[in-house]
Design a binder for this molecule. Sequence first.
Ligand code: HEM
Length: 123
Amino acid sequence: MRRLYLSATVVFWLLVAAFWIGGKWLPSAGESAAIAAERVIPAAELAKHAMPGNCWMAIRGSVYDLGTYLPQHPSPPEIVTSWCGKEATVAYDTKTKGRPHSPYADELLAKYRIGMLAPAQSR
Ligand code: HEM
């Protein structure tokens, strides 16, 4: 009886250790969902978000939802809002003045990413 108890205890702790190690290696359900659910946004959908309060932009292949950020942007609003709903990589990379944004701006931008821009359809 005592032997059975000892073996059951050992098996139990081995299972606990196996699940713990497995949990460290495998991506969590949330991570897997995030990997599987990368949103691919067609240009037509991007174009529907072309208002200052509802503003998406495509920059370097990713799409960003910038509606909540734009009121904090340091330039006069129309410089940026004219790019809502559009592919804005060159505008972002040059600030339309030939000067790049800072690394801080790049970090800020990353927080607003919502997916990737769908590749252009060739006819
Ligand atoms: C795509 C259109 C955009 C244009 C045309 C544009 C243009 C500008 C201009 C003219 C300035 C102020 C003057 C200057 O610093 O030279 C500026 C500054 C700045 N912008 Fe933008 N911007 C755009 C998008 C964005 C986005 C999407 C973000 C971040 C989410 C951003 C973040 C910043 C920051 C943090 C600054 C302060 C200076 C710096 O850190 O580079 N901008 N931008």
